[in-house]
Design a protein around this ligand. Structure first.
Ligand SMILES: NC(=O)c1ccc[n+]([C@@H]2O[C@H](COP(=O)([O-])OP(=O)(O)OC[C@H]3O[C@@H](n4cnc5c(N)ncnc54)[C@H](OP(=O)(O)O)[C@@H]3O)[C@@H](O)[C@H]2O)c1
Length: 254
């Protein structure tokens, strides 16, 4: 399957590198020429070429992936001529299928939320609706999750928006330790190990998350205390409020 990318930025680079190390490595890729540095670097991979312009990407592809920033989507896409039957996969956050259909005339459309971990082929990627080409692509880059309804897709988008909060959590823990007598570098080393190992545990386990929390909280111990006070002080509610606010935005209610 020949894949064409409109927008050769961060997420396209992760996908193409992941693809070329995957079971679909023989899929030819054609990328748009903007971000010449990234495009040239990707073109060093086997079967990757750089098109002359966006229209050439579309004309040369059997599946088109849209990966420009949402703010310029209309101005980039509207002048292009799409084959209405060519599958189109949009990665553009917050842009509806209806808008894309209006700008492109494409009829076989889906949205997906790949994250940088597609490059390591460990990403779980929601695809709405579960268009076969996109499901095949993202299955090769980890796991593809077919989503049948828009509220469900918006909830996945909201879940994907806690990444900075997770790093901010680690940063806060490390900063607190540094304020309490640990050398900054040592605090960071400790927290990288702590969070990294917990991430490994979470990925490897299929047990309920509540059980994992209990496993990491001795009755009457320090972890139990920290999570209890975190909840009492509004920590859990604050996280939920952040997610509610993102959900309102992605679902167009804010
Ligand atoms: N980053 C992620 O983890 C991630 C995850 C899921 C979805 N997304 C979505 O993917 C899209 C791209 O995100 P990104 O992080 O990859 O952004 P990015 O790094 O800024 O990439 C956007 C690319 O679009 C190019 N571009 C600008 N104008 C163009 C035009 N007229 N024609 C063709 N290409 C043009 C830019 O080129 P110049 O640099 O030359 O302007 C840049 O290479 C966004 O809609 C975002 O919501 C991103």
């Amino acid at each position: 399957m020949r894949l064409g990318f409109i927008g050769t930025g961060v997420i396209t680079a992760h996908i193409v590198r992941g693809l070329k190390a995957s079971a679909l490595a023989d899929w030819p890729v054609i990328v748009s020429p903007r971000s010449a540095g990234v495009a040239a670097e990707l073109a060093l991979l086997p079967g990757v070429s750089v098109a002359q312009d966006n229209q050439s990407v579309i004309d040369g592809a059997e599946v088109v992936v849209l990966a420009v920033r949402p703010q310029i989507a209309a101005e980039v896409l509207a002048p292009l001529r799409f084959d209405p039957l060519c599958p189109v996969v949009s990665l553009m956050a917050g842009i509806s299928l209806e808008d894309i259909a209006r700008w492109t005339g494409a009829r076989d459309l889906c949205r997906a939320i790949p994250l940088p971990s597609v490059e390591a082929r460990t990403c779980v990627t929601p695809v709405y609706p579960p268009q076969p080409a996109a499901m095949q692509l993202f299955a090769a880059l980890g796991q593809a999750l077919g989503v049948e309804d828009l509220p469900g897709f918006d909830a996945y988008a909201t879940g994907s928006a806690v990444m900075a909060t997770w790093f901010g959590f680690a940063e806060t823990v490390s900063g607190w330790m540094a304020e309490n007598g640990i050398a900054e570098k040592d605090a960071e080393t400790y927290v990288r190990g702590l969070f990294g190992n917990l991430g490994d545990t979470l990925r490897a386990s299929s047990r309920p998350m509540e059980d994992l929390r209990h496993d990491h909280a001795t009755k009457g111990g320090l972890n139990e205390q920290a999570f209890r006070v975190f909840g009492q002080e509004g920590g859990v509610d604050a996280l939920r409020a952040g997610m509610n606010s993102v959900m309102s935005r992605v679902s167009g209610k804010a």
